[in-house]
Design a protein around this ligand. Structure first.
Ligand SMILES: C[S@@+](CC[C@H](N)C(=O)[O-])C[C@H]1O[C@@H](n2cnc3c(N)ncnc32)[C@H](O)[C@@H]1O
Length: 202
């Protein structure tokens, strides 16, 4: 099959990797939510050969992700698994859960489910790393984010840029503590929470 391609992945992969590299220690098991094309997974796992990177997405995305994975043929990058944040989660535990550009695509209920259920897949002290645009203090951080949000809502009225404070409260409700909030190019952020729970949350 023709591999799907995202130009924005090419443009942001290096800056994301540099920002989160200190959280990707050797032998880290990573679960990626909403892998999209699979390009981030190939880039990150080829740059960090000791990582074990598990891609996931809705079922219709899996063939495209797997086309990238098969071509890359990396020992630390396994076939994508189906993961809808409201429905299906892996049984395994991970050291890092990573997701890029998914929260503004999801509706509020989906983001809530993601924040509530991801903890069950996290080891104690595991990190949740979310990349994308966020609003702060009830406001857009830029005109381009405002325009982007209007465009998102014209396609799907339930989608849109989420408020940092709301997502952070969801994280705190699940006993995750914000450890980093990194300004990124193009009015994006990287938010990182640490799981402070020792047991299962189900
Ligand atoms: C804009 S794309 C981002 C893809 C990729 N992470 C990137 O940065 O290029 C949004 C992704 O969120 C995924 N997504 C949307 N709703 C989801 C859900 N309920 N559960 C899991 N993934 C979802 C989509 O399938 C898609 O892959």
């Amino acid at each position: 099959m023709n591999k799907p391609f995202s130009q924005s992945c090419v443009e942001n992969q290096e800056v994301i990797l540099n920002a989160i590299s200190s959280y990707l220690k050797k032998d880290t098991r990573v679960l990626e939510i909403g892998s999209g094309t699979g390009q981030h997974a190939v880039y990150f796992s080829s740059n960090f050969p000791r990582l074990c990177w598990q891609t996931s997405d809705l079922a219709e995305y899996l063939p495209g992700i797997n086309a990238w994975i098969e071509e890359a043929n990396l020992p630390n990058l396994t076939q994508a698994v189906e993961l809808d944040v409201c429905v299906r989660w892996p049984e395994n535990k991970y050291d890092v859960i990573f997701s890029a550009n998914t929260f503004h695509i999801m509706n509020q209920a989906q983001v809530q489910q993601c924040m509530r259920r991801c903890v069950n897949c996290m080891e104690p002290e595991a990190c949740l790393i979310i990349y994308g645009p966020f609003n702060y203090n009830g406001s857009y951080t830029s005109t381009s984010n405002e325009n982007f949000d209007h465009w998102l809502k014209s396609r799907d009225p339930e989608s849109g840029i989420k408020h940092f404070e709301w997502v952070n409260q969801l994280a705190q409700d699940m006993n995750m503590q914000l450890v980093d909030d990194i300004e990124m190019p193009a009015n994006n952020r990287i938010l990182i929470w640490k799981n402070e729970t020792l047991g299962d949350q189900s």
